[in-house]
Design a protein around this ligand. Structure first.
Ligand SMILES: Nc1ncnc2c1ncn2[C@@H]1O[C@H](COP(=O)(O)OP(=O)(O)OP(=O)(O)O)[C@@H](O)[C@H]1O
Ligand SMILES: [Mg+2]
Length: 336
């Protein structure tokens, strides 16, 4: 209590289509977004969970000549293959039980605009050939239809898995991969963005202060130390969720360490894989993060599963993940 709370440093935030940053790495990315947007090229957005892939996709659309037409988005992980086909390509009346009338798919709805295919790695093999045709010829056939429809659409897709690996595993068509990754934009992890942990923290504090329930003016140095040490696997989303939780559960003008999620505080569950890292004195950079992170995530998932009885919404909130990311990770672990 005797150490004074940290207060807001002077900073010049750059705003770009919902993204906020002070990091040169992000400014560089914004420039690439602008250039990519000038062309009609198909863009693949790569980045870990919660890094802002969806925001980048909307930025590409907004910066492009297609901006006054529609932007449509679909998450390839959240539908069955049948539903996804109908969602993307539309269907004709009578195509299947329940198809009582013709329905325009997202491709048609995005005509002259942009279609965002999120979690593209999850696109079922049976739909990959049809998407390839869209990319090659800008044509498709609605489900149950017999005539092809032409469409003028720019495709932006996103993934946090390397498509090349999926190709090697036979789960993704190589020709489609090449068509999707004409331009690839990489989103850095939160911890790789110089100055952004602090800048985004204060930006989010402002946002939550504006809600009026609590006014945070300072940061307990212990809280900041823990935040600075934590690897933020859920990136900006996880930071946001942590601060939001602190605003909801804590009180007073100083944000304290105990208001943050246990994993950020450095208390992994007893015996969990995080305990040794959390108590390590040396810089985290010395830890082989790739392995540790994978293991950590696995354990986190299992812990969250146990704690919530497998309820998806609660698990997602707990882990600071989107539902689709959670779904994908569960699937990988065979927990769905
Ligand atoms: N630079 C940023 N500034 C402010 N907010 C951001 C920034 N990047 C991401 N966010 C916020 O973080 C959350 C996650 O962003 P988004 O959904 O675009 O990430 P994503 O990469 O698509 O994640 P996932 O892989 O889990 O789908 C959103 O609430 C978004 O508004
Ligand atoms: Mg997303």
């Amino acid at each position: 209590m005797s150490t004074p709370a940290l207060t807001r440093p002077p900073q010049r935030l750059v705003h770009f289509h919902g993204m906020v940053t002070v990091a040169p790495q992000m400014l560089q990315l914004f420039e690439l977004v602008r250039r990519a947007a000038r062309s009609d090229a198909t863009v693949l957005v790569r980045g870990e969970s919660g890094t802002g892939k969806e925001l980048v996709a909307t930025a590409i659309h907004a910066e492009s000549a297609r901006a006054r037409h529609s932007f449509r988005a679909v998450n390839c992980a959240t539908f069955t293959p049948e539903l996804l086909a109908s969602e993307l390509f539309g269907h004709v009346r009578g195509a299947f039980t329940g198809a009582v009338q013709n329905k325009a798919g997202l491709l048609s709805q995005a005509d002259k605009g942009t279609l965002f295919l999120d979690e593209i790695a999850e696109l079922p093999l049976e739909l990959q050939a049809r998407l390839l045709r869209v990319l090659q010829q800008r044509r498709f056939t609605p489900v149950g239809g017999s005539t092809e429809v032409e469409v003028d659409v720019r495709i932006v897709s996103a993934t946090n898995a390397a498509l090349r690996k999926l190709v090697a595993d036979g789960r993704f068509r190589e020709d489609l991969m090449y068509r999707l990754r004409v331009v690839v934009l990489y989103l850095p992890r939160l911890v790789e963005r110089d100055g952004d942990l602090e800048a985004l923290t204060w930006h989010l504090v402002d946002e939550f202060n504006a809600r009026g329930q609590r006014q945070v003016q300072g940061l307990d140095p212990a809280a900041w130390e823990a935040m600075a040490r934590y690897p933020w696997p859920g990136n900006v989303r996880e930071l946001r969720n942590n601060l939001e939780q602190a605003f909801v559960l804590g009180e007073g003008p100083v944000l304290h360490l105990h208001e943050l999620a246990p994993e950020v505080q450095g208390q992994g569950d007893a015996g969990g894989p995080r305990a040794p890292t959390a108590s390590a004195e040396g810089p985290l950079a010395a830890v082989p993060q790739a392995m540790t992170l994978e293991e950590l995530r696995r354990q986190e998932l299992i812990d969250a599963w146990k704690a919530t009885g497998g309820r998806r919404d609660e698990m997602a909130a707990r882990l600071g993940l989107s539902r689709s990311t959670l779904y994908r990770r569960l699937k990988r672990l065979g927990l769905t």
